[in-house]
Design a protein around this ligand. Structure first.
Ligand code: GDP
Length: 457
């Protein structure tokens, strides 16, 4: 494509957005929340929409107004394409497996051709096109927003307080000793190398925190660096000791931190986030229940922290960074195929309770939002036995058929007694073949109707 054609392409995008014919729908959530599976599932349902009876709540399809959907080249050449074909290959090869999880930003474009429902457009035009960009990005990056309001020293104090918590302290112990020893031998000529090594140690500590299911981890790019893997921009860490920072290090640490704020966090909001129209936030509530009280509380905090990026009301920083355009938010509990259908409502209710505070902020800012329970790719089959019990049939890690009794889901924050009893959910594996397209899902049609329905009238 020539430069002129590219420009034409981009101009058309801007015009279409103005005419309501272009949506940038972003999908986020912490690692493992199910972003890759959900986007793959959405694409499956859209691309095969006219060959399936699986979308009863997607009105454009139900009203037989959908001509079809197809993948299209994106005009954003700086971002990798979401690997839909690779994901389908993984899910449907001889030995099916879950696709590689999200590690960076990627996007994919779908054109939806439909007949307008009513009004002038219905009379004048036979068909219309809606361009849908689906953008996948790690939720961890949104946890960096507060960094923009803190100086290096303020951030370090905050992290020092966090490091006092028992589990974090234990995991940080050997790194803290290294910082102490190196600080005693800090020198101007060795500073770069010393800081690089300590930053690498801090990153190892953050990874161990992640393995222990801790979620409030900063800087987010040290957990999921994306294209910054190995970049000097990540060679810093919060000052963890009560003694002053050695002179040889202080200026460098503060400079790297400022660089991270200005060249990593701010550009993410200005280059990508600013252009999202609608946002889907995925939450793996079931995994958090299974991991226990501490992890569940940490997830609740992290989700509420992450959602601060979507309500601008009292967030002057976001207002300054960009003019807000997100006009709808869907909060989604994923992997609903691990529980019985009669418990889906409870799962939705639990996510509603977990996000109450930030939902009130969205309400205040008049940003419509709704809570769902879905499975991007449904791997289980539900059976009701003659004795009345509900069971889930699926495939386990060793590719064996398994049948499990449908596990319980609380519809409110569990009590101490509930936590003692604990929760356990099956982890099914995909067992599809290429003939199974579109792959099964749970309630993606309701989610699609919510995030796209009003633009397909
Ligand atoms: P991401 O890190 O947010 O991209 O998460 P993924 O989409 O890679 O999902 C992480 C893991 O969760 C997968 O490898 C699966 O084990 C599981 N998973 C994701 N979506 C589903 C789903 O719809 N149903 C089930 N049963 N498991 C899922």
């Amino acid at each position: 494509m020539s430069r002129f054609q590219k420009l034409q392409h981009q101009t058309r995008d801007v015009i279409h957005r103005g005419f309501d014919r272009h949506i940038r729908l972003a999908v986020t959530g912490l690692s493992g929340a199910g972003k890759t599976a959900l986007i793959t599932g959405i694409l499956e349902q859209l691309l095969y929409a006219n060959e399936t009876q699986q979308l009863p709540y997607f009105k454009v399809k139900q009203q037989q107004r959908l001509n079809g959907c197809r993948l299209h080249t994106s005009s954003n050449w700086q971002v990798s394409r979401f690997d839909y074909e690779g994901a389908i290959d993984c899910l449907t090869t001889d030995v099916p497996r879950w696709p590689q999880s999200t590690r960076d930003v990627s996007e994919i474009r779908v054109e939806i051709k439909y007949k307008p429902h009513r009004g002038l457009a219905g009379r004048v035009l036979d068909t219309r096109k809606l361009t849908l960009d689906l953008i996948d990005y790690p939720g961890e990056w949104l946890l960096d927003l507060p960094l923009l309001q803190l100086s290096y020293d303020e951030w370090s104090q905050q992290q020092q307080r966090l490091l006092k918590a028992e589990l974090r302290h234990k995991l940080a112990e050997s790194w803290l000793t290294k910082v102490q020893t190196a600080a005693n031998a800090a020198s101007e000529d060795k500073a770069e190398q010393q800081l690089r090594e300590l930053a690498s140690g801090y990153r190892t500590f953050l990874r161990q925190c992640r393995e222990q299911k801790l979620l409030l981890l900063q800087p987010g790019r040290m957990v999921l660096p994306g294209e910054l893997e190995g970049a000097p921009a990540l060679e810093f860490f919060p000052w963890p000791l009560s003694q002053a920072i050695p002179d040889a290090w202080a200026k460098r640490l503060r400079e790297k931190y400022r660089y991270y704020q200005q060249h990593v966090v701010t550009p993410f909001y200005q280059k990508y986030f600013k252009h999202f129209n609608r946002q889907v936030v995925l939450v793996d509530v079931l995994q958090a229940l299974q991991n226990g009280e501490h992890h569940f509380a940490e997830l609740q905090l992290a989700i509420n922290e992450l959602m601060k990026s979507f309500s601008y009301g009292n967030n002057s920083l976001l207002k300054r960074l960009m003019s807000p355009v997100i006009d709808k938010v869907a909060l989604v509990a994923t992997k609903a195929d691990s529980i019985a259908p009669q418990d889906h409502q409870k799962l939705t209710e639990l996510l509603r309770v977990m996000t109450q505070k930030q939902r009130q902020e969205l309400q205040f800012d008049q940003i419509p939002h709704q809570v769902f329970s879905v499975a991007g790719i449904a791997t289980s089959q539900i059976k009701k036995l003659s004795n009345g019990t509900t069971v889930l049939d699926g495939i386990n890690e060793n590719r064996e058929f398994v049948r499990v009794g449908a596990p319980e889901v609380p519809n409110a924050i569990p009590t101490a007694a509930d936590w003692q009893q604990g929760y356990i959910y099956p982890q099914f594996y995909p067992g599809f073949t290429a003939q199974n397209s579109p792959l099964p899902h749970i309630r993606l049609d309701q989610l699609l109707e919510y995030v796209l329905g009003d633009k397909l009238k």
